[in-house]
Structure formats: C-alpha cells, structure tokens
Design a protein around this ligand. Structure first.
Ligand code: NG1
Ligand code: ZN
Length: 552
C-alpha cells in the first residue's frame, strides 16, 4: 500500500488552505505563489505515481508562472518524451490538489493506485526545475517532500535548480533515452542542452557569421542565466547583447519587459530605448524562456498598404511575432526540402490558432502551404503539427517550434544526395533537427533558428518583415460574471453560447472591411478575451470595442 505515515506527515507540514480550489489548466496549476505549497506537495506524489505507472520512466515537474507577475507561481508535469502531461492525468492532478485533509489525500491516492493498477514496488524517477521566482524555493521543498514521501527508497530525484522550462522538457526526454541514443541526443543538464544547441547553431552558421549583434531582453528572468552560459559558446557566430538581466530583484520579473509586454502593447521595452539602433534585430523572452518575439526600429520607409503604399518613417517600432517566425521558418524549410529534391516526399504544414493574424494565414496559403487552425494552447498545436512530415507551429504570442516526424528524421539520415546542392540542403535540414527543440517551444532555440535563416538569406529585419503586412488588430480582456457561460466551436472561432451572441457578432463584423472577430473564455485567467481585426487601425479599435460591449 501507499506510505500512510510519510504522506500524513508531509500533509501536516504543507496543509492545504481551506476553501481554495485548484485546477490543472492549459498551463498546469497557476495562481499566487503563496497558496501553492500544498499543491506542489501533491504534484510530487502524483509525479511518482505517473512514473511508476510508466515502468519507472522519468517524469518532469517545472515550477513557473511564465509571463505572469513575480508573486504568481505554478507547476506543470512533463511526460516521458518531454511533452505535456497526458490529459486524463490532468483531471487526476486537479482531484489530488483539491484533497482537503491528509485522509482525503490518502483516499484520493489509494483510489488512483487501485483504479490504474499501479505497482508501488516499481522504481520511479522525477526531474524538477524552477524559474527565478522567490516562492520557487519553498514550492520546490514541498515538491521534493511529496516525491520522497511517495517514492521512499525507490525514487530517483534530480533537481536541475533554476532553469528554463524548455530545459526541463529536454532533460526529461534525454533521461528516458539509453546509452548511444542519449549520447547522440545530449546530456540531461542545462549545460548539456545549451552545448547541444550551440554546436548545432555554430555548424549551421559556418561561413555565415553574423556581423551585427542581436539585442535580447531576458525579461529579468531565468533566460538570462541560460544566455550567460550560451553567450561564449556562440560568440564566434553571433554576438549577443543582453538587457533585462536583473534577476536579483524579484519585482523586476516581466515588469516593463518580456515577450508579453512587447506583444500585447506592441511597443519597445523601455530598457531598449537607448540601446537599439534602427535596423538592428531585437527579441524578448518571457519569464521562463519558452516564448520569444522579435522587433526592430525602421531605418527609412516601409510598405503600408493601409496608408496607400510607402510611408516615410525612421525609428518606428515594428513587431515580428510568432506568426512572422512561423512564416519565415516554413518558407525556409520548404525551400530546403525542395533543394534536397525531397519536395514530393516530405510535406510541410503550418498550425496556427485563431489569434494568428489574417495576413499571415493568407500569406501561407498563397505560398501553397497547408494551414490548420486549432484551439489555443500549445498541446493542441503540438498534436496537430505531429501529423505532418514537418510541422511548423507557433502561437502569435511566440510559443512554438518545428517538429520533424520520426520518418522524416530517418529519411534525412539515410539520404543519398545526387548533387552537391542536394547534399548541402540535407545537411542543413539535419542541423535544424538538432537546433530545434522537438519536445516543446524554446525561446533560445527559436531565436537561434531565426538567426540562422536570416544569415542564410542575408536578410535584415526589414526584408523579413516585408513578406506581408499585419492587419491592424486588438486583443481585449473583458471581465464577465461567468466566463464558463461562453462556449465555442470551430477551433474557438465561433460561439455556441450564450445563445444568439454569435449572430450579433457576425453582424458587427460585417460592417468592417476585412473584419474578423471572436470571443473565447481564457484558460489561464478569469476573463474572456475579445480579438478583433480589420483593414484599418480605427476599424480594429471600433470593432473590438463593439464586441466588448456585446459581451459585457
Ligand atoms: P488563454 O488565457 O487561454 O488565452 C494564454 C495565451 C495562450 C497560451 C496560454 C498558456 C493568448 C491570447 N492566450 O491562454 O496563447 O500561451 O496563455 O500560457 O495569448
Ligand atoms: Zn512561458
């Protein structure tokens, strides 16, 4: 049976706050850090059970609240191949987290062990990591107590310390490989991870060294610690300049900086103001370094169809978001596949959500690339992308990666080129497989991918940006009495409830040229989100406002 005394003792040490309900959502558990210790204790116990259920394979736990304020925190479980937790276990996580007393918890755990026929004598293995948040230390103590209480002498526990989210995903995947396979993939540590992607990057940049530097906003978070290690590893290929490096002041995390600040406000982080020169590339990571957006200041004129052609500007802020990264990556990889002569064999597809700018979708379709729209949340995108030989997925906010199917990896490994050009293209593709995190989107691996592509195309940010012009858009957060009253279909693009609201929304949208709008309940915050897009800036604002009024 389960170790009753140990669990009871641990429960007394980290009691659950009465009356608080926790729920394992799109991003795992997420709320104020101060309320989460009892949850982390239970997450630890659950991780051990999941590992035992899977024959002792390693499970991961990351403690982070990503782009949210410093006082928030959260936790998510990571499955053996480095992917998000199996959805059926999300429900178990919620149940266990809400067990009020030690006896409730014992009951919930026993039920799980019985119904899933978990053999408790099996060994188990858990890897954990946390971001820079001050509450991370206590939550990590609670997590480890949970792991040890449940695992006893049969648990192997590796604490990676303060690391990025993608590093934990990578380490879980690596740990579950054996011998030669692990050697080829990379060692399950932060240094192992960074040296793997640095080697791939330097290889891909051979002969294409970047002369100008990339300025990176680390959101005053854990990305800075990782980039300090990476910086010397890649300095001969790419000089980087770091801002947003204040990880000692907890209040600075994600404050006036970071990917979310830049994307939602469509503005430069203040720390960049005196540093970034027109035409220079810059990017912002979020608090746990799993998402990235690029931007730059214009050097002269830029194309603005909404204003009737070329507009003279200098120093105007221009955002290059997840959609721009997806189009850049899909276009480049598509060209490589053709150059390798594999165009008939390997099919590329792009996965987006409803938040993708309409111009990006039109651009991809025009380029002949299949595009699929799925509900918000990385797990949906990841799943859909796995169905292509090469699946490119990005949320507009910068979460994303490129997946190469196992068959694609085999085809490229065994590929026998007929020409030097084919050889070069295939080598390039193999290099990208090592550079790109296949388990989960990673800000660091993603910005290196962008740099490789720009260097090969000999493009600056303005050439990249010229592909298409974003439609003006607004994303609004609206408080409502009950967000669960809002139900959607068609990948969240249509409301089925409240009744009649979709018809009204359609009528509003029709009034605007290129008008598009949708409403959905947030999976991470207590609000509904309104997205509106139109051919002009005032149009997007007006449509957004009208839909907000309809929803409120
Ligand atoms: P919600 O709160 O469900 O809109 C937000 C982001 C998602 C995703 C998750 C997880 C938007 C509009 N929504 O989800 O894309 O990143 O957080 O972190 O950006
Ligand atoms: Zn994040």
């Amino acid at each position: 049976g389960i170790p009753i005394d140990k669990i009871t003792e641990a429960c007394d040490r980290f009691p659950k706050q009465q009356g608080v309900t926790f729920s394992y959502g799109t991003a795992g558990f997420r709320t104020k850090g101060a309320t989460l210790a009892s949850t982390l204790l239970r997450v630890g116990m659950l991780a051990v059970l999941r590992s035992k259920k899977l024959d002792g394979r390693t499970i991961g736990v990351m403690i982070t609240a990503s782009h949210n304020p410093a006082e928030d925190n959260g936790a998510k479980l990571i499955d053996p191949r480095g992917e998000m937790l199996d959805p059926t276990w999300e429900a178990y996580a919620t149940t266990v987290a809400n067990a009020e007393t030690a006896s409730d918890l014992l009951k919930a755990l026993t039920q799980l062990v019985d119904s899933l026929k978990i053999d408790l004598t099996k060994s188990s293995s858990v890897i954990c990591g946390r971001d820079t948040r001050p509450s991370g230390n206590e939550l990590n103590d609670a997590l480890q107590m949970g792991i040890k209480a449940m695992g006893q002498e049969t648990v192997e526990l590796v604490d990676l310390g303060v690391v990025t989210t993608p590093c934990v995903h990578y380490a879980v995947k690596s740990r579950n490989l054996k011998g030669e396979e692990r050697k080829a993939y990379g060692e399950p540590t932060l240094e192992g991870y960074l040296s793997k992607i640095a080697d791939a990057f330097n290889q891909l940049m051979t002969g294409r060294q970047s002369t100008s530097s990339l300025v990176i906003d680390c959101a005053n978070g854990v990305g800075f610690s990782a980039l300090e290690i990476l910086k010397p590893m890649i300095s001969s290929s790419l000089p980087i300049e770091l801002v947003g490096t204040n990880i000692d002041d907890p209040a600075a995390l994600n404050s006036n900086c970071g990917a979310d600040y830049v994307k939602t406000g469509q503005r430069l982080p203040p720390a960049m103001t005196d540093i970034l020169k027109p035409g220079q590339r810059a990017c912002s990571l979020d608090g746990d370094a799993d998402r990235v957006v690029f931007y730059y200041l214009t050097t002269g004129s830029h194309n603005a169809p909404e204003a009737g052609g070329q507009v003279q500007t200098e120093g105007k802020f221009r955002l290059l978001d997840g959609d721009k990264i997806a189009t850049l990556a899909a276009g480049y990889i598509g060209d490589l596949v053709k150059q390798a002569g594999l165009g008939d064999k390997l099919k590329i597809g792009v996965v987006q959500t409803a938040y993708a700018n309409g111009s990006s979708t039109a651009y991809l379709r025009n380029a002949g690339l299949p595009v699929r729209c799925v509900p918000t949340g990385v797990k949906h995108l990841h799943h859909a992308a796995e169905r292509y030989d090469i699946g490119v997925y990005f949320e507009a906010n910068g979460h994303g990666t490129v997946l190469f199917s196992p068959e694609t990896i085999d085809i490229l490994a065994q590929f026998e080129p007929s020409t030097p050009a084919q050889d070069t293209a295939a080598k390039q593709l193999r290099g990208l497989i090592s550079l790109i995190n296949q388990a989960v989107g990673d800000a660091i691996s993603d910005f290196l991918l962008v740099e490789v592509i720009l260097a090969h195309k000999r493009w600056g940010p303005e050439e990249w940006d010229a592909g298409y012009e974003d439609l003006p858009n607004r994303l609004l957060k609206v408080s409502v009495a009950d967000r669960n009253a809002f139900k959607t279909e068609d990948a969240e693009r249509k409301l089925t409830s409240p009744e009649g609201m979709q018809a009204e929304l359609d009528e509003l949208t029709r009034k605007f040229e290129k008008g598009r709008s949708f409403v959905r309940p947030s999976g991470t915050e207590d609000c509904v989100r309104v997205y509106a897009e139109a051919s002009t800036e005032p149009g997007a604002i007006q449509l957004g406002k009208a839909v907000q009024d309809l929803v409120e």
